[in-house]
Design a protein around this ligand. Sequence first.
Ligand code: FES
Length: 178
Amino acid sequence: MAQAQAHGTPAVPDNGIAPAAAHGGIAVEINGEHFAHTGDPQMPLLWYLRDVLWLTGTKYGGAHGGSGADLVLVNGKLVSAITQPMAKLAGKSITTVEGLAADDGTLHPLQQAFIDEDAIGCGYCTPGWLMAGIDLLKRKPQPSDADINQLPNSCRCGCQTRVRAAIKRAAGGKVGQA
Ligand code: FES
């Protein structure tokens, strides 16, 4: 059963399951839309995103989030979605990979840089890299290889070298230039 309700504009996930009416619940803002979670307060944010809202960009990255595939921004801070119970997120603003592009579909500069550098293999790890890369570029606008190597993400397809190039391309403002 869907356990979310959007306030204002109803949010209906692409799966066609309309969120059930909710009274009270844990209010969160996700990618600019407001929801109230009325299910288990201990449900990890990752499952709320994927199984309730069908925002499936954020991936399972291990029980403790070690691979970085489940990274999202909570109030602008990089966190592992599997480690965050909904009960801790009341009133918080969450950004997932689905919230990075502009309303007109223009990709975030780092998303475009990943395309420009062909930094996507199977794509499983990509949303996590994007969130971590955005966080890194906020903290260090010109990151070094060492800065990028310290990100908690991993890639089983071996794209790390191209991911580094993509983050550096975004840092240099050269996105969209082949
Ligand atoms: S692109 Fe496949 S795991 Fe990274």
